[in-house]
Design a protein around this ligand. Structure first.
Ligand SMILES: Cc1ncc(C[n+]2csc(CCOP(=O)(O)OP(=O)(O)O)c2C)c(N)n1
Length: 621
């Protein structure tokens, strides 16, 4: 479409509040067109944003940001919020280096009330803000906007338990579309659908309350009697929801694509002096046929063709990935061994478990967005002799530190962590980079960690983790596919390749493949060590390395607690007298960027490694 007549003339949130009904309807249409157009070119989260257009418009008409705080859960659905709060003209930079983030960032705008990226944090954050407002003596409202998927995460219940029955101005907007990334799972998902199925619940409730409020109260004993019969009547007519039992005022379900209903419900919630829940019914992918038909495929997208809904430019089938290789191998093993169970925390497709879920449905467990539970649940399976494999993105495993340590490692319970998206992930940015798992896991006693650099090694490591290792075994691998042919023999701890022994170079994971590419171009390469089992170190390797003159390691992890630091400590213990050099990711948060760009910037691409090696070798002349 040519321009966006209503959207283009909006100049701030006050303008939004002055639009007519017709203009508002047209605005929502234009926002959808804008989203589809831009995300088709930049990639990003599409279906969730299309579903939340009217909801976001209504939120900004009823609440006054930034005084009222709107806290987005996960934050992947905050694009319309960004468009309406002064960032429309920067939308071409979405998820690009230095550009707009795909998630809320308080440093990006005062309207982004709280940082997000990981799920199920919004109610806790909004409740904290609501308490702060109360302490400060103002009457601003804190609003948490949270999907039914994120509602499967335990923190939500911790927050509700804490916030219920408080006298704070907290509004929880539950955006119910039946979907997490895949179909939402669990008893609570079913419960929400049951509430929705009750016809005219909201209207019935309002009518009953109006009628009951009109009944006069006469004299103390009669007043008491009428009061309790009112409560009983209310209870019978609309059996209290879970939320009401927890001390939250419940409003809904509301049609999430009807602006008038939304504004009415949100205004009602805003006027309360107690926490409330507004259940909003939306359609994920609303307004774009392909996304409505297949929301999982359009949850997070790369570039796509708007007319055909197809991704990428190339007609070739997608290249094999580490996730796919892992999934296929686990499915094969699962068919042959009825002890193997696969566990996911709402990431069935991303972690490659789709095949396993179809082949071995009774041993496939999608536990919801509940990484902490997933680990302890896996440990429960393991103590009864099953072989659980929890497939999880590195960044989300951060949630489960204590569960791995206390519930699994302490008793040497045998379970496998298949850690996907280990390392730089790219345009999702700092909240999603998988750069903390090595430091996090290496401090856990008794853990074994593999970091294969190719598909063959990944397959061998999975077999080895299941059948030869004990305790907690982690296998970590990157997003995407093999970038280079890798020399590692499947299943070995480390492979040594002879070269100039005045310099010994180590690496692992995808950077090991880059190291291989780099030395292939060199006439006189240094000695190389390709690690596959990265932790604990083999005594033999340490013994040999401790006698070398110069050791240089390339590693895709933050430095603090890295394999590099552990290696230096271990070598020092053995009396290493040589020079030790490490090239790692910097300590800190790594912003959005493409994977190749980041690896190059931090000296971990094949080209950067080659340059560094040549420099080192020249220094030896
Ligand atoms: C702790 C954590 N685990 C997994 C994810 C990956 N993730 C991003 S969005 C999403 C689904 C969210 O569903 P819902 O909250 O219902 O929002 P919708 O996209 O349906 O609007 C998941 C699993 C995450 N962001 N955080």
């Amino acid at each position: 479409m040519d321009g966006y007549p209503i959207l283009d003339k909006l100049n701030g949130l006050e303008d939004l509040r002055n639009l007519s009904d017709w203009e508002l309807e047209r605005l929502c249409y234009e926002i959808r067109a804008f989203l589809i157009d831009h995300v088709s070119r930049t990639g990003g989260h599409l279906a969730s944003n299309l579903g939340a257009v009217e909801l976001t418009v209504a939120l900004h008409r009823v609440f006054h940001s930034p005084e009222d705080s709107i806290v987005w859960d996960v934050g992947h659905q905050s694009y319309t919020h960004k468009i309406l709060t002064g960032r429309k003209d920067r939308f071409d930079t979405l998820r690009q280096p230095g550009g707009l983030s795909g998630f809320p960032k308080p440093h990006e705008s005062v309207h982004d009330a709280f940082v997000a990226g990981h799920a199920s944090t919004s109610v806790s954050a909004a409740y904290g803000i609501a308490c702060a407002n109360r302490l400060a003596g103002n009457d601003h409202t804190a609003v948490a906007v949270v999907g039914d998927g994120a509602f499967t995460g335990g923190m939500i219940y911790e927050a509700i338990n804490n916030a219920g029955r408080s006298n704070t101005r907290l509004v929880i907007v539950l955006n119910h579309n039946d979907m997490s990334i895949s179909k939402n799972v669990g008893a609570f998902a079913r419960y929400l659908s049951i509430i929705r199925a009750k016809p005219g619940y909201l209207h019935l409730k309002q009518r009953v309350e109006t009628i009951l409020d009109r009944i006069p109260l006469v004299g103390p004993p009669l007043e008491q009697a009428i009061r309790s019969s009112k409560s009983v009547l209310k209870y019978i007519l609309y059996h209290n929801t879970f939320f009401e039992e927890m001390g939250l005022y419940y409003i809904g379900p509301v049609d999430g694509h009807n602006l008038k209903d939304l504004e009415h419900a949100l205004t009602q919630a805003k006027n309360l002096d107690q926490p409330s829940v507004v259940q909003v019914e939306t359609i994920k992918g609303k307004g774009y046929e392909f996304a409505e038909q297949n929301p999982p495929a359009y949850h997070g997208v790369s570039r796509f063709d708007i007319c055909t809904g197809t991704f990428g430019n190339s007609p070739a089938p997608p290249a094999p990935t580490f996730s796919g290789t892992f999934g296929a191998e686990l499915e094969k093993l699962g068919r042959a061994d009825s002890r193997i169970c696969a566990i996911t925390a709402a990431m069935k497709l991303g972690t490659g478990l789709d095949g396993f879920s179809r082949s071995c449905p009774e041993r496939f467990f999608d536990v919801g967005i509940a990484e902490e539970h997933a680990v302890t649940f896996s440990a429960g399976l393991a103590v009864k002799g099953y072989l659980p494999v929890f497939a999880v993105y590195s960044t989300f495993l951060q949630r489960s530190f204590d569960q791995v340590l206390h519930d699994a490692a302490l008793e040497k319970t045998h379970l496998v962590l298949a850690i996907d998206r280990a390392g730089i992930v790219g345009d999702d940015g700092d909240t999603h980079q998988g750069v903390f798992d090595v430091p996090m896991l290496t401090c856990i006693p008794g853990i074994t960690i593999f970091s294969p650099s190719g598909f063959d090694s990944l397959r061998a490591d999975l077999n080895r983790a299941l059948y030869q290792e004990e305790g907690v075994v982690a296998i970590r691998y990157p997003r995407g596919g093999e970038e280079a042919h890798c020399p590692l023999g499947p299943g070995e701890d480390d492979v040594w390749v002879d070269g100039d022994r005045r310099l010994t170079v180590l690496s692992y994971g995808r950077v090991a493949a880059a190291l291989w590419q780099a030395v292939e171009k060199m006439e006189r390469p240094p000695e190389q060590v390709y690690l596959n089992k990265i932790w604990p170190f083999s005594e033999e390797m340490l013994r040999v390395l401790s006698r070398r003159e110069r050791v240089l390691i390339f590693e895709e992890s933050i430095q603090s607690g890295s394999i590099s630091e552990h290696l230096l400590t271990a070598l020092n213990r053995l009396g290493f007298k040589g020079q030790f050099m490490m090239v790692t990711l910097p300590d800190g948060f790594i912003p959005q960027c493409s994977v190749p760009e980041a690896l190059d910037r931090f000296g971990l691409s094949a080209g950067a490694i080659e340059r560094r090696l040549r420099q080192e070798m020249e220094g030896l002349q």
